[in-house]
Design a protein around this ligand. Structure first.
Ligand code: ATP
Ligand code: MG
Length: 208
């Protein structure tokens, strides 16, 4: 920021943010924050729940940015004869967990989807608690909770125990009241209009 002093170290703290509501922009706002954090040298892990069947442009952008920010991942001009045994700390990682949007309705939900969400949650909780990432995004996690595939109490428990400096963003419609209560910043996207209502299908670069 150019118009105010940088945040003093003593007042730095990790926030819990929620992007919810029916309007467009929940995931893309989280991506924007992730981009901003990466530019500040922060390590960003962006975990996408319930996605996996589409190829999103952000996956390629993240890979390019990660390689640029993590020199050991970039194309080395002279190959290092003695590569380090530990992998380099990565800076901007987006991972798709799950296999695309699932059917709504507790009883009809495929047990395989529930298993994938449980696995995704285990990975998310470990990443948040590890302190290895400065920002962890749980994209579409609100849907997994809304479809009763994930217990909001378990999510709240991990958020309460997270390392102090770690930021967490949760996205998806119908955020659970317990998580809204726990969050520091909650934004509800309101739909004014959406191209979809005119029959315009998802556009490359805007929707995926
Ligand atoms: P985006 O990824 O574009 O930021 P989002 O995260 O707010 O969208 P989701 O609920 O995750 O929205 O839905 C993902 C897809 O649904 C996107 O392709 C998005 O454009 C589309 N979408 C979002 N809001 C609406 C809406 N109000 N009507 C129709 N389609 C929508
Ligand atoms: Mg989304």
């Amino acid at each position: 920021m150019s118009d105010s002093a940088p945040t003093p170290e003593s007042s730095r703290r990790g926030l819990i943010l929620i992007n919810t509501g029916p309007g467009k922009g929940k995931t893309t706002a989280a991506l924007g924050t992730a981009f901003r954090a990466a530019g500040n040298g922060m390590r960003v892990l962006f975990l996408q729940f319930l996605k996996g069947s589409w190829h999103y442009g952000e996956l390629d952008a993240a890979q390019a940015l990660n390689a640029a920010l993590t020199p050991a991942l970039g194309t080395a001009l002279t190959p290092d004869p003695s590569p380090p045994s530990a992998p380099p700390a990565q800076h901007f990682v987006i991972k798709q967990l799950g296999r695309g949007f699932v059917k709504v309705g507790g009883a009809e939900t495929d047990p395989e989807d529930i298993r994938l969400v449980e696995e995704a949650w285990a990975e998310s909780a470990a990443a948040i608690l590890s302190g290895e990432w400065d920002l962890v995004v749980l994209d579409e996690i609100n849907y997994a909770i809304g479809y009763k595939m994930l217990d909001p109490d378990a999510v709240a428990d991990v958020l309460r125990r997270k390392p102090e400096m770690v930021h967490v963003i949760l996205t998806g419609r119908n955020a659970h009241p317990l998580l809204i209560e726990l969050a520091d910043t909650v934004t509800e996207m309101r739909e004014v209009k959406h191209a979809y209502q005119k029959g315009i299908l998802a556009q490359r670069g805007i929707e995926f």
